[in-house]
Design a protein around this ligand. Sequence first.
Ligand code: RTP
Ligand code: MG
Length: 156
Amino acid sequence: RSDATAEKEMTLAIIKPDGLYDNYTDKIKNAISDSGFRILNERLVQLDEDAAMSFYAEHSSRSFFSDLVKYMTSGPVLIMVLEKENAVADWRTLIGPTDASKAKITHPNSIRAMCGKDLQRNCVHGSDSLQSAQREISFFFKEKSPGSGSMGHDEL
Ligand code: RTP
Ligand code: MG
């Protein structure tokens, strides 16, 4: 629906270090707008180890956690708040499955098929639920009281 009563939803998208390094920003942003999302806010940041660990805290006990933190701190990332009806689920669908090498076969039109490489280097992030989206948006965009600093988010 596109009528004024349609419920908009917000989700958090990240272009990960490999996506920026390989210059996929414009292609990803085109896919975002072609799919009806609006970019409400964006920041280019360099995550430090603490920020990456805290952002992906749900995975702290996984064997891939330290590799994930190394990957996410290996270069700048572009953080975006996307808005659309059903934004959380629709962004997950648009990015495709976690393993980009499999996405190339099973979801060839997905963003991860376009710009990802493998299970780790999959070029984009998407919130996995409405609750995650709210946590992740405030993680990067919450108003900070003066003097509270900006832990782990070095603005570029
Ligand atoms: P994301 O949170 O970044 O949107 O990715 P996702 O939901 O599709 O996958 P998730 O299970 O949340 O994993 C987070 C990120 O960790 C890296 N990963 N590495 N080596 C491995 O086994 C492995 N598994 C996952 C990926 O970068 C994945 O996106
Ligand atoms: Mg996830």
